[in-house]
Design a protein around this ligand. Structure first.
Ligand SMILES: Cc1cc2nc3c(=O)[nH]c(=O)nc-3n(C[C@H](O)[C@H](O)[C@H](O)COP(=O)(O)O)c2cc1C
Length: 196
């Protein structure tokens, strides 16, 4: 059986969301029979053919001013002529999303909703995070997976005065890994089901 291919397409202005994307990649690669294609939005816009071949795409953007970043939106808009107008080329691929910002909320949910809607416009099937919200009780901690309590996708938080060498913290990188793994397992089930 051929490998399932999962692309991770992200923007990162200062390197923090790139760390989250690398976490997602580790999660994809933790599943036997899966291959990860990690690319930033600049590279992605020179690899439309590769993106047409993958079974799943996981999109990631930092949250800037309560929204996906400007460069990520440029990428989204570029898909209108390169993917959408080319005959709904991403229809029935699996999709998921992640976002990173300085504040614990930081309005990352807005970015995740934007990405989910973008995936829906392409006829893709959205996979959520699939983790209970954590760090919300007297026994919870900052070390918990999904410490930021997102459902729609993976959230990460990077202190504004820390570089990507230390931020986002390990719990958020593990949460990103979880998303990559979950999407990949779902994709394998989906592809095998379609073949049956
Ligand atoms: C233009 C701009 C707008 C930002 N807006 C937000 C915001 O709305 N919420 C937030 O929590 N952080 C905000 N931040 C902080 C970034 O989300 C944070 O620094 C993040 O780690 C940057 O990720 P990156 O290094 O991948 O670009 C903003 C940063 C910039 C540069």
């Amino acid at each position: 059986m051929t490998n399932v291919r999962v692309a991770i397409v992200y923007h990162s202005g200062y390197g923090h969301t790139a760390k989250q994307a690398e976490g997602v990649k580790r999660g994809v690669e933790s599943v036997e029979g899966a291959e990860a294609l990690l690319m930033d939005i600049d590279e992605a816009q020179s690899r439309w053919d590769d993106l047409e071949q993958v079974e799943a795409i996981i999109f990631g953007s930092p949250t800037y001013m309560g929204s996906v970043s400007g460069p990520f939106k440029m990428f989204m808009d570029a898909t209108s002529t390169t993917v959408f107008a080319k005959g709904f080329a991403w229809k029935d691929k699996i999709a998921a999303g992640f976002s990173n910002s300085a504040s614990r909320s930081g309005d990352k949910l807005s970015s995740l909703i934007q990405i989910a809607l973008f995936a829906a416009q392409h006829g893709m099937h959205w996979v959520n995070l699939g983790l209970p919200p954590a760090n919300n009780s007297s026994t919870g901690s900052q070390e918990d997976l999904n410490r930021l309590g997102f459902f729609l996708g993976a959230g990460a938080q990077s202190n504004a005065d820390e570089g990507p060498d230390v931020a986002p913290p390990a719990a958020d990188l593990k949460t990103a890994e979880h998303l990559g793994r979950r999407v990949t397992i779902t994709t394998i089930q989906f592809v095998r089901g379609r073949a049956a």
